[in-house]
Design a protein around this ligand. Structure first.
Ligand SMILES: Nc1ncnc2c1ncn2[C@@H]1O[C@H](COP(=O)(O)OP(=O)(O)OP(=O)(O)O)[C@@H](O)[C@H]1O
Length: 206
């Protein structure tokens, strides 16, 4: 499904991450690693946010040769989401929906499953950190992606939402959507039966 070849990304700060070859089959994948090991950097490259050297292909589509088709297949939720504070979640959903055209039913179902309710009418500047995280998660499930990347999805949200998020991931997995999750916490290793579990240390898979 997802293939990385001769991947390399470095920052001017000196940190770099390299992956010679990585192939992920369809399914649910976990990337573990300590703070600062490079998980988010790798995910942002796979999501099409960061530039990088090398090749990334999803279902045979190259991010470099066909970036629009590639990005249409990938949704991403950041570990610590940042959105324009003067917008509401509803406005962000409407903006995203104008591009990826999910049906209204899907939006309502996601709001219900993630316990968002009517609070989405309010400006983001008023959101708690949990509400911000739920907003990013909702946006990552919108539409019909082939791969959903969730960076530290279970941090910040309350226990009930964690349970609902787990159910949501499992139901989407059943529909054939693949996932890459990250965690720097050991607890989440037992949460699912992962297709593969990988660990990054100082910018390399171990
Ligand atoms: N935009 C950037 N410019 C320069 N350095 C960066 C940038 N983003 C991240 N870094 C550095 O790259 C390294 C890896 O960061 P990254 O966010 O990928 O780690 P992580 O494994 O996701 O960490 P955490 O679990 O704390 O979120 C860190 O040393 C970080 O300071």
């Amino acid at each position: 499904m997802l293939n990385l070849h001769n991947f390399h990304k470095s920052y001017s700060s000196g940190f770099s991450i390299s992956v010679d070859q990585l192939t992920l089959e369809p399914g649910l994948h976990l990337i573990k690693g300590a703070n600062g090991s490079g998980k988010s950097t790798l995910l942002k490259a796979i999501a099409g946010i960061h530039d990088f050297q090398g090749e990334i292909n999803l279902l045979g589509v190259s991010i470099k040769k066909d970036p629009v088709s590639y990005r249409k297949m990938v949704n991403f939720s950041e570990a610590e989401p940042v959105f324009p504070e003067f917008l509401s979640l509803d406005e962000l959903i409407n903006f995203t929906a104008s591009v990826i055209l999910p049906d209204k039913k899907q939006i309502d179902e996601l709001k219900e499953k993630l316990d968002i309710g009517d609070y989405s009418e309010n400006p983001i500047s008023s959101y708690s950190s949990g509400m911000l995280k739920k907003s990013a998660l909702l946006l990552a499930f919108l539409g019909n992606p082939k791969l959903i990347i969730l960076d530290e999805p279970f941090t910040t949200i309350d226990l009930a939402t964690q349970r609902h998020l787990k159910e949501l991931i499992l139901s989407k997995l059943n529909e054939g959507i693949s996932f890459i999750l990250t965690s720097h916490l050991a607890d989440f290793e037992d949460l699912f039966e992962y297709t593969s579990t990988m660990e990054i240390k100082n910018g390399s898979f171990v």
